[in-house]
Design a protein around this ligand. Sequence first.
Ligand code: PEP
Ligand code: MN
Length: 335
Amino acid sequence: MVVVMKPGTPNEIIAKLEKKFESLGCSVHKSQGEDYCLLGLVGDTRKIDPSQIEANDHVDRLLRVQHPFKLASRIFHPENTVVDVLGHKIGDGNVTVMAGPCAVESEEQLLTIAQLVKEQGAHILRGGAYKPRTSPYSFQGMEEEGLKLLKKAREITGMPIVTEVICVETFDIVEAYADIMQIGARNMQNFALLKKAGKSKTPVLLKRGLSATMEEWLMSAEYIMSEGNPNVILCERGIRTFEKYTRNTLDLSAVPMMKELSHLPIIVDPSHAAGKWSMVEPLSKAAVAAGVDGLIIEVHHQPELAVSDGAQSLKPEKFAKLMTAVRRIAEINSI
Ligand code: PEP
Ligand code: MN
């Protein structure tokens, strides 16, 4: 951080500030010009509250040199983080495919879809048992019954399961079943939930909030990591823009952006980004070409009967086609 003092600030005020910054754990490098005095703060600046500095009458401006996220930053952790989920590695250079229905609806529905996606080479089964719906009148999920079905599907197919945790109250029950806990877009800044997930050992799939900046998203990852859980997987699922034709706008730049800024694995959810099944394959191909660590895809054997997100769910044969295309692009990427 660089603190630019206003011209003519008395020396004793500057000295007081220097002492304060030092007492907060960083070293201060003063650069005194004719008009301006600059204070360069280096070291651990986590305890410094930028808005308190800017509130000081004598401070002209504050320039940030470093990002506020530390544990999630590649600067402090140059190696890629590889998240181990029951032996399956996410972030090791391969493309992990998570697939399944938006919501668990019944045993027959889940087991049918689980077998189908497994046959096509999916690695992880998705399915929501607690659903964060926009309308309180929409299907809210099968809750623990749904989690039990996911467990059964894991036993039968051997696929680890990713499922959403929507609140602190039901956290423990989801944790008891999930191999990856998804924190959805709407909960990206539910700080109590993030802290709770940070105390868990279960990997967390952290979706990007509907209108979250890269920094807000990584600060949410920081919440989880600073509580002791390093196993965070980022998921770009489209952001809200002025465009209405698609449900959201897939921000594909999130992939190279996160690769630059962070060591955490980054996956893409083209289903919630597009909101339309016809766009899921092209967006998946683009994401893989951009170097993503994985995809999470909604698949349903009868999308016209799905209780949620049928319009963006791929039929099994379309999913099979996507898998073939994705594999071929991933092969080219690895050359
Ligand atoms: C989901 O994965 O079904 C979901 C609700 O996702 P998002 O939080 O991205 O909307
Ligand atoms: Mn969905």
